[in-house]
Design a protein. Structure first.
Length: 317
C-alpha cells in the first residue's frame, strides 16, 4: 500500500470490512501500522458529498475527479450503496457510473454496502479513509447512499460537507428545514443547465435559508453554487471554493479541531458497537433471549421489561 498500489488497498479494505474475528485482529494491526502515514492536514482533504437519489452524485464526482486528476491529485472515492432490507445484498454499481475515472491510475473507486448502518455511510468508512490516505491519495471523497435529510453521519468524518440539490425539488419551506441543510459547508445545485431560471430561484432561496438557520463559523459562511456535471460546467469554480475553504479553515485551526472531535466521537461509536456485539454473544443473554422474545410477541411481557431482564443478565457478569 505504501508503494501506492491499488490492489493491496482494495484487499485491505476488504479485510477491515470482514466480520470474522481473526480478520478483525489482522485489520487492527494493519491500521495501527499505517496510521503514521495517514491523516495529515497537509497531505489530504476529506470531502463528504450527499444528496437525494437522482441528483447526479456519481456524475458530479466523476467530473470533479477527472478535473482533480488533471491537476495532479490522486483521488479516492468511497461510495456507499444501500443494502437490501430483505435479502441483505447491494448492487455496488458506482464504478459503472464513473467509467472514465475508474480507468485512471491516479484514482481509486471503492463501493461498499451500508450493511444496515444508518446515516448514509458504511460501518468501516472511517477506517477505509485512513487506508486510502496511507496509500497516497490526497483527496478522499465519500459519497453517501442518498436517502434524505437525516443523512448526517458523513459530516462527522470529513473536513468539508457538500450537499447536492436539484433546482425543482421543493418549495421555499423545504429549503429552511433543519437537518442536513444546516450542516452543509457548501450547497451545490446540479443540472443547472436544464432550467436556469428555476436554478437561480432555488439558489437564492437556499442562500437566504442558510443565512437564517446555518450557524456557520467565525471564519466561513456556507456558499451556494450552480453546476452542470454532465456538461462539466462549474466544476473548476467548485474546486476553487473548496480550496478557499481549506485555506481559511486550516489557518484558523478549525479543520484540526474538527478532526480531533471526530476521532473522539469515532472512539465512542466503536465502543458502543463493541458492547452491542458482546451483549448479543453473552451466554446468559443468548439463553434467555428466545423465551423473552416469545413472551413479548405474545403480549405477556412488555418490551421494556424484557430489555431490562436481558441487560440484567449482561450486568451480572
Amino acid at each position: 500500500m505504501l508503494a501506492r498500489r491499488r490492489r493491496p488497498l482494495a484487499k485491505a479494505i476488504t479485510l477491515i470490512e470482514s466480520t470474522r474475528a481473526d480478520h478483525q485482529a489482522r485489520a487492527e494491526r494493519l491500521l495501527e501500522a499505517l496510521l503514521p502515514y495517514s491523516g495529515g492536514l497537509d497531505k489530504c482533504l476529506r470531502i463528504g458529498i450527499t444528496g437525494v437519489p437522482g441528483v447526479g452524485k456519481s456524475c458530479f464526482i466523476e467530473a470533479l475527479g477527472m478535473h482533480l486528476v488533471g491537476l495532479g491529485h490522486r483521488v479516492a472515492v468511497l461510495a456507499v450503496d444501500p443494502s437490501s432490507s430483505v435479502g441483505g445484498g447491494a448492487i455496488l454499481g458506482d464504478k459503472t457510473r464513473m467509467e472514465s475515472l475508474s480507468l485512471r491510475e491516479e484514482a481509486f473507486i471503492r463501493p461498499s454496502p451500508t450493511g444496515g448502518s444508518l446515516g448514509g455511510v458504511a460501518d468501516r468508512t472511517r477506517e477505509a479513509m485512513l487506508l486510502c490516505e496511507a496509500a497516497g491519495f490526497d483527496v478522499i471523497i465519500v459519497e453517501t447512499v442518498g436517502v434524505g435529510q437525516s443523512e448526517t453521519a458523513v459530516a462527522d468524518m470529513t473536513d468539508v460537507f457538500v450537499l447536492l440539490q436539484l433546482p425543482n425539488a421543493g418549495d421555499d419551506l423545504q429549503a429552511i428545514k433543519k437537518g442536513i441543510v444546516e450542516l452543509a459547508d457548501l450547497v451545490v445545485f446540479n443540472k443547472a443547465d436544464i432550467d436556469p431560471h428555476a436554478t437561480d430561484y432555488a439558489a437564492a432561496n437556499m442562500q437566504a435559508a442558510l443565512r437564517m438557520l446555518h450557524p456557520g463559523s467565525r471564519h466561513w459562511q456556507p456558499k451556494v453554487l450552480q453546476v452542470s456535471a454532465a456538461k462539466k460546467q462549474g466544476i473548476e469554480a467548485f474546486w476553487q471554493i473548496i480550496e478557499d475553504y481549506r485555506r481559511v479553515m486550516t489557518e484558523a485551526g478549525e479543520i484540526a479541531a474538527k478532526r480531533r472531535h471526530q476521532a473522539l466521537a469515532w472512539t465512542w461509536t466503536l465502543v458502543e458497537s463493541g458492547l452491542r456485539a458482546r451483549f448479543r454473544e453473552h451466554p446468559q443473554v443468548k439463553n434467555a433471549l428466545p423465551e423473552l422474545l416469545q413472551a413479548v410477541e405474545q403480549g405477556r411481557l412488555t418490551p421494556a421489561v424484557a430489555a431490562q431482564r436481558l441487560l440484567g443478565h449482561f450486568r451480572q457478569d
